[in-house]
Design a protein around this ligand. Structure first.
Ligand code: BG6
Length: 477
C-alpha cells in the first residue's frame, strides 16, 4: 500500500472565502472585505486609488461579505466532510474575528467561541483541524494605521494573535501553518501583506521588507507553538512553482533556477533558519536594504518549521527569449509562458500531474522535511443537470491523475508525505477573481457571481468518488 495508514486525507478552505458573517460576532472589517469580484480583481488591488476608494466609500458587491455562509452552516458542511471520510480539514482563523482592529488589547470572545465550536464539530467526527494562522487577511485598520506588513509593529501584534489562538485551541488543534503562500506578497502586496504600494519604484524594497517581517513573525509563531502546544506540528506554506526551461538554451535553465530561488527563498529561511547566501547579493544588486533588529538572526535560526506544506495547481515555462516570453499563460500567481505540451483549465491554468511529482521530489530533496500538499484541485464551471446531478468527471480526472503522481512520489521516490487536502472541498469564493463560478468543490453551493442563490449544498459525482478514495486509502482511484 503506497499511502501510510495515518495519511491525512481531506480538504481545505480559507476563512474569508467561505465564512461570510461579515460584521457578525464582533468581527472587524478585513482586507478581504474591500475587494470586488470579477476577472479584474487583481488589477483592482494593485491600484492604490481603487483600494482606498473601497475602504473609504465602499460601493457594490463584495463577495467575501457573505461568501458561502459557512459561518452559519459549518455544522452541515462538516457533516458532509465527515460523510466523505475526511481525516483532516484545513481552514484559517480570521484575524479580524479575534482582534477586530488588529491592535486591540483584548481578543473578541465571540470570535474565539466561534472557532471553539467549529473545531469541536470537527473533533466530533474524528477530523483533525489543520489551521492556517494567516490566510491573506487582517483587520483593515492595520492597513490604514500601519500600511500592513511593511511596518515592524505588525510583528508583535501577530505574535499576540498567534499566542492567543494557541492557548485557546491547544487541546483541539495539533496541526498549524503560519502564512498561507508566503511568497504571495512579492506578487500581490495587498493580498499577502495588507500593504498599499503607492510608488511602483519602491515596490521591491517594500515587498522584501514586508516578507522579512513575516519571516520573523512566522518564526515567533513557531516558537510560541512549540512552547504552548509541545505535541503540535507547525509548518510553512508556499505556492509551489515548477517552471520548465522553454528551450535547452542554457539561459533558459538559468532563468528557471533564478525564478525558483526567488520563489523558495522564504521557505529556505523557514526551514534552514537563515537567508540563502545568494539572496544577500540579490538585495545588494537591486538596491534593496532590509531593516532588521538585532535579535532577528537568532529568532530565525532557532525556530524552524516542522514540515513544509505547499499548494500545487499547475506549471509553466520560462525563457529569456523576448519573442517566446510574449506568449504568457495564466496561473496561480506566476503566469509564465504557455507550455504547448499541456492542456489548460477554463481559467488558463495548465494541467500537469507529473509536475506534482516533480514538485514533491524537488521540495523533498531541497528540505528533507515531511511534506504536506494543502491545496490542489481544478477550478471549473459546474452546471447542475436534472434533479441537481453534477457529473464533474473533469474534476475526478484531474484529481485522480494528481493522486497517482503523489502515489509514485511516495512509493517509487521515497518522498515523505503527511497528507493531502484538496482545495475548496466545498465551492467557495475564488481568491483571484472573487467568482463563485470558479468551483473546486466536491459539494456544490447554489450561489452565483452576483451573490444570488439559495446556498443549498449538493453532492457532486466527485463527492462519492473521493469518499471511496479515502475509504480505500488511495488504492481505489
Ligand atoms: C491559492 C490560495 O493561491 O489558490 C487560495 O491559497 C486560492 O486562497 C487558491 O483560492 C485557488 O485560487 P483561485 O483564484 O482559483 O481561488
Amino acid at each position: 500500500m503506497a499511502f501510510p495508514n495515518n495519511f491525512l486525507w481531506g480538504g481545505a478552505i480559507a476563512a474569508h472565502q467561505a465564512e461570510g458573517g461579515y460584521r457578525e460576532g464582533g468581527k472587524g472589517i478585513s482586507t478581504c472585505d474591500v475587494m470586488h469580484g470579477g476577472k479584474g480583481r487583481f488589477a483592482e488591488i494593485l491600484d492604490p486609488k481603487a483600494i482606498r476608494k473601497n475602504i473609504e466609500s465602499p460601493e457594490g458587491y463584495f463577495p467575501e461579505h457573505t461568501a458561502i455562509d459557512f459561518y452559519h452552516r459549518y455544522k452541515e458542511d462538516i457533516a458532509l466532510f465527515a460523510e466523505m471520510g475526511f481525516k483532516v480539514f484545513r481552514t484559517s482563523i480570521s484575524w479580524a474575528r479575534i482582534f477586530p482592529n488588529g491592535d486591540d488589547k483584548e481578543p473578541n470572545e465571540a470570535g474565539l467561541a466561534f472557532y471553539d465550536s467549529l473545531f469541536d464539530e470537527c473533533k466530533k467526527y474524528g477530523i483533525e483541524p489543520l489551521v492556517t494562522i494567516s490566510h491573506w487577511e487582517m483587520s483593515i485598520n492595520l492597513t490604514q494605521k500601519y500600511n500592513g506588513w511593511i511596518s515592524r509593529e505588525i510583528v508583535p501584534l501577530f505574535e499576540r494573535f498567534a499566542k492567543t489562538i494557541f492557548a485557546r485551541y491547544k487541546n483541539k488543534v495539533k496541526y498549524w501553518l503560519t502564512f498561507n503562500e508566503i511568497n504571495m506578497t512579492l506578487h500581490m502586496p495587498f493580498l499577502g501583506s495588507g500593504m498599499i504600494v503607492d510608488d511602483p519604484s519602491k515596490k521591491m524594497q517594500m515587498c522584501y521588507q514586508a516578507c522579512h517581517h513575516q519571516l520573523v513573525a512566522s518564526a515567533l509563531a513557531v516558537k510560541a507553538c512549540h512552547e504552548i502546544i509541545p505535541d503540535a506540528r507547525i509548518g510553512s506554506m508556499v505556492a509551489s512553482m515548477v517552471a520548465y526551461p522553454y528551450s535547452c538554451r542554457p539561459e533558459d535553465t538559468w532563468e528557471k533556477i533564478s525564478m525558483e530561488r526567488n520563489n523558495y527563498y522564504l521557505t529556505d529561511v523557514q526551514v534552514r533558519g537563515k537567508y540563502p547566501s545568494w539572496m544577500k547579493h540579490f538585495f545588494a544588486k537591486n538596491g534593496i536594504a532590509i531593516k532588521t533588529e538585532s535579535e532577528d538572526e537568532k529568532i530565525l535560526l532557532e525556530n524552524i518549521v516542522d514540515f513544509v506544506s505547499f499548494s500545487y495547481y499547475s506549471t509553466s515555462a520560462v525563457s529569456t527569449d523576448p519573442d517566446v516570453a510574449k506568449n504568457r499563460g495564466t496561473g496561480n500567481i506566476f503566469g509564465g509562458i504557455k507550455n504547448p505540451y499541456l492542456k489548460s483549465s477554463e481559467w488558463g491554468w495548465q494541467i500537469d500531474p507529473l509536475g506534482l511529482r516533480i514538485a514533491l521530489n524537488f521540495l523533498y530533496d531541497r528540505y528533507q522535511k515531511p511534506l504536506f500538499i494543502v491545496e490542489n484541485g481544478l477550478g471549473a464551471v459546474d452546471i447542475p443537470g436534472e434533479n441537481g446531478a453534477i457529473n464533474d468527471d473533469y474534476r475526478i480526472d484531474y484529481l485522480q491523475k494528481h493522486i497517482k503522481a503523489m502515489k509514485q512520489a511516495i512509493e517509487e521516490d521515497g518522498v515523505n508525505l503527511m497528507g493531502y487536502t484538496t482545495w475548496g472541498c466545498i465551492d467557495i469564493i475564488s481568491a483571484s477573481t472573487g467568482e463563485m463560478s470558479k468551483r473546486y468543490g466536491f459539494i456544490y453551493v447554489d450561489k452565483d457571481d452576483n451573490g444570488n442563490g439559495s446556498l443549498k449544498r449538493l453532492r457532486k459525482k466527485s463527492f462519492h468518488w473521493y469518499k471511496s478514495v479515502i475509504e480505500s486509502n488511495g488504492e481505489k482511484l
